[in-house]
Ligand binder design. Structure first.
Ligand code: TRP
Ligand code: ZN
Length: 868
């Protein structure tokens, strides 16, 4: 390490000394030497004639102040300090950058043959020296100059205002964005594309040109993205009353991208994974992912762009809220229950794991070394749960009143999480004083519930206690305001009205103390409680349900999520008891009542196929690991597999009947059709463990007329290690080896291959013609899948999995630290494993720590993990 990276603290926020009201940019694009001219109108905000601009990996060419060459400046580490400045002035800075050498994919870089940018969070400082902080909002004009034949499309934010031809085959286009914005929302693209065009008329009559730019030859994979964009624009008008505010909306799909997509004003840049789809190349979950991400970036136009963040500690202000909005969008367009189930799986699995890891942080972090490390499940997904809790407490009407007030107060400015909560509070009159703790307290609370029925008094009471374990960075925990949604049922399955002292009690109880008892009157029989309905708070629930109660709730709970959750709790009981059994050398056993309960689900003619598929899905190895302080990787894997095999053999007839009856002759991507495929492929995944497995899987692969069924067949062959696996994988690779995006599904299956020699296969796969460690999608598919979704092989006692991870991380540390930093997460949790494994993982972390060019990204995580 050259210099120990310094942390920034939320409490140290200082408003900027100067602001920049206008920025005029000129890019003279060349692969290795792009010249950037930045003309800023700068104004002093307090008496201060020194200005410190951010800059990283820049070659400074010249500095001019009010037309005069300026010599009063110092180039510092990551900054340019200008001094002896007047109160307000025009500043011209010329820098030179090397986009082709930029493998970190931050700032201006080349993706395939195109130039593109990624400026969030702090990438703009790799383009020019600037006040690269979200509370400095300027109006941008951008002139892009490049070779005309190689780069016929020159794009930036806002409206195209001028264009022209130059000598030597070059041309230029100038763009103007009328909305002031922080630098992280700047974007530029230059390249050759096919364009899908459409338009949308907003409810107030503004015509918006819609353009989706894809690599040449991919036009037939763009229509779903366009439909999703139009649906997003319409939905935001209907549900939130929010309209688009420019005359053009552009989306560019690029193959090299560190994240999912980026909401740059008027010019979204997308990972091609979240744009390109047709039935031959994309699965149903790809289609749904595209809809969600297109929605997410579009919704940022209001929650993120019109109102942005004051500083990066406030990231959840835009991300938590925008995830909430995209989840609601997907739920309104598709199945609310299925969406909720999948969102809750993410919280209970990877988010709870993050809360328990050395990287634990509140949704509004207090301390950051590398901002890119805080685009986390906690900030995004738990952040969305916090918004959802406010929605639960305020109701849709109160929440929308809060949104309205939030925009009235903060449109066009950079705001804080506190501003958002205040708007919600002031608009609704609901007291959110204690609720605010969700922003500053990290970790996962546990709610322990005890019930008591008094037959004589006809009262039923729920005693609720809450506690949050200390986390890595925060020892002391306080009681939170937890909305706790409950319902009570009679033995016949009827709803018991909640009453106390002759008044109706709302289903959502306000848990605010460490321990609290809620008493209900007029309860004429001992009820079955449905607790934490809709997962009304991101907490772990402890309640000692009997099997009979859970089986009852699987059938009688009025809401689908609660039925699914009862099934999960029933499975959880037997996963736990069997893990303990396996550790003592016993066989895995399931009671016949459990099998019959799931048989009932399969045979139900009332439930939607998509929902049945969710009911039949076991919790993941990762989620189960989160239940333990010390994880027994092999015992958990043994139990999960044995349960799958047992259910498959006991329910073989039911699965087979469903499998055959759900076959669809034609392919369509509407929700009912997706649901049927989902259940049919869930049945196949079980049947793969029976005698008929190999034949069914092989036939499905050969007959498939869509990618969903193709991948489902390969995945079933992979997990159950069927004989046909190699042949299917070979056929697929042969067909798709020219298309990296389509090959990602294959790479992920190679990564999750449970075979003993998987690591050799993975190393070999790295020389597949479609693979490259330079491409984040490829890396995540193959390497990410191995580290995160192949626990038994990754945690092999030999340590070879860890060693392999270490080597890859060392390489990525130099080429792309952001990708390296996401990949390292499973290693940070080393304290959850046995001593031998701990020592092996620790050795890899130590080796990384001693590297002399260790990037800030890895430095922050490695040091945190080792210091605990
Ligand atoms: N704001 C983006 C989103 O959530 C996130 C993002 C895209 C990002 N690319 C990034 C964050 C690169 C950090 C670095 O929609
Ligand atoms: Zn976002």
């Amino acid at each position: 390490m050259a210099q120990t990276p310094q942390a920034k603290y939320r409490k140290d926020y200082l408003s900027p000394s100067h602001t920049i009201t206008d920025l005029d940019l000129t890019f003279d694009l060349h692969d290795n030497a792009t010249i950037v001219t930045a003309v800023s109108k700068v104004k002093q905000l307090r008496e201060e004639n020194t200005l410190v601009l951010d800059g990283e990996s820049l070659k400074l060419v010249s500095v001019t102040v009010n037309g005069e060459a300026w010599s009063h400046f110092k180039e510092l580490e990551g900054a340019l300090e200008l001094s002896q400045l007047p109160e307000s002035f025009d500043l011209v800075i010329v820098t030179e950058i090397d986009p082709e050498a930029n493998t970190a994919l931050e700032g201006l870089y080349k993706s395939g043959g195109a130039f593109c940018t990624q400026c969030e969070a702090e990438g703009f400082r790799r383009i020019t020296y600037y006040l690269d902080r979200p509370d400095v909002l300027a109006k941008y004009t951008t002139k892009v100059i490049a070779d005309k034949s190689t780069y016929p499309f020159l794009l930036s934010n806002g409206n195209r205002v001028a264009e022209g031809e130059l000598e030597g085959g070059r041309h230029w286009v100038q763009w103007q964005d009328p909305h002031p914005k922080p630098a992280y929302l700047f974007a530029l693209v230059a390249g050759d594309f096919d364009v899908l065009r459409d338009n949308y008329v907003t409810k107030s009559g503004r015509n918006v040109e819609l353009e989706i730019f894809v690599d040449k030859g991919n036009l037939d994979r763009a229509p779903h993205a366009m439909t999703s964009l139009i649906n997003s624009m319409k939905w935001d008008e209907e549900r939130f009353g929010l309209e688009y505010d420019l005359d053009i909306y552009m989306i560019v799909a690029v193959d090299f991208f560190n994240m999912g997509a980026m909401e740059n004003k008027g010019l979204n840049i997308f990972n091609s994974k979240y744009v390109l789809a047709n039935e031959k190349t994309a699965t149903d979950s790809d289609y749904l992912g595209i809809e969600a991400v297109i929605g997410h970036e579009y919704f940022h136009n209001w929650t993120g762009n019109r109102v942005t963040c004051r500083d990066w500690f406030q990231l959840s202000l835009k991300e938590g809220l925008t995830v909430f909005r995209d989840q609601e969008f997907s739920s309104d367009l598709g199945s609310r229950a299925v969406n909720r189930i999948n969102n809750v799986r993410i919280i209970r699995g990877p988010q709870f794991a993050e809360d328990a890891s050395p990287m634990s942080h509140p949704i509004r972090p207090e301390k950051v070394i590398e901002m890119n490390n805080f685009y986390t499940l906690t900030v995004y997904e738990k952040g969305s749960e916090v918004i959802r809790m406010m929605h639960t407490l305020l109701g849709e009407e109160g929440f929308q009143a809060g949104m309205k007030l939030y925009f009235e107060r903060h449109d066009g400015t950079a705001a804080t999480c506190e501003d958002f909560v205040s708007a919600m509070e002031d608009a609704s009159g609901v007291d959110l004083k204690q609720f605010r703790l969700w922003y500053s307290q990290s970790g996962t609370p546990t709610l322990s519930v005890q019930s008591q029925y008094d037959a004589e008094a006809k009262t039923y009471s729920l005693t609720v206690s809450q506690s949050t374990e200390p986390t890595h960075e925060q020892q002391e925990k306080q009681a939170l305001h937890i909305p706790f949604d409950v319902e009570l049922y009679t033995q016949a399955g009827d709803v018991i009205e909640l009453r106390r002292n002759d008044e109706r009690v709302h289903n959502v109880l306000d848990v605010t103390e460490a321990e609290q008892t809620f008493v209900f009157d007029n309860v004429s029989e001992k009820p079955v409680p449905s607790l934490l309905r809709e997962f009304s708070a991101p907490v772990k629930l402890e309640y000692d349900y009997s099997d009979e109660e859970l089986i009852f709730l699987m059938v009688h709970a009025r809401n689908e999520f609660a039925r699914w959750d009862a099934g999960q709790m029933l499975l959880a009981k037997y996963i736990r008891s069997n893990v303990a059994g396996v550790q003592q050398g016993r066989e895995v056993e399931l009671p016949s009542s459990l099998v019959d309960a799931f048989r009932g689900v399969l045979l139900s003619d009332k439930l939607e196929p998509a929902f049945i598929a969710e009911m039949m899905s076991l919790p993941s190895h990762n989620e189960v690991s989160g239940w333990y302080k010390q994880v027994d990787v092999d015992a958990i894997a043994t139990v999960l597999k044995a349960i799958k095999v047992k259910l498959a053999s006991e329910l073989e007839d039911e699965f087979a009947a469903l499998y055959h009856s759900l076959k669809q002759a034609d392919y369509s991507v509407d929700h009912p059709a997706i649901g049927k495929r989902s259940l049919r492929n869930t049945a196949l995944a079980f049947l793969a463990y029976t005698e008929q497995g190999n034949q069914l899987v092989e036939k499905q692969y050969n007959d498939a007329n869509n990618m969903t069924d193709t991948v489902a067949a390969m995945a079933a062959a992979n997990s159950a290690q069927l004989e046909c696996r190699e042949a299917l994988m070979a056929d697929y690779s042969n067909k798709w080896k020219h298309d990296g995006l389509v090959m990602d599904k294959w790479f992920a299956l190679q990564g999750t291959n449970p075979a003993e020699d998987v690591l050799d296969v993975i190393k070999e796969t790295m020389s597949h013609e479609a693979f490259s460690l330079k491409n984040p999608n490829r890396t995540r598919s193959l390497i990410g899948a191995f580290l995160n979704m192949n626990p038994v092989r990754f945690h092999a006692k030999t340590g070879e999995g860890y060693q392999f991870a270490g080597e890859i991380l060392q390489e990525l540390n130099s080429s792309n630290p952001q990708v390296a930093s996401r990949l390292i997460d499973p290693l940070l949790k080393f304290r959850k494993y046995d001593e031998q494994r701990q020592a092996l993982i620790k050795a890899e972390l130590e080796a990384l720590k001693s590297m002399d060019n260790l990037a800030k990204d890895l430095f922050e995580k490695v040091t945190k993990a080792l210091e605990a």
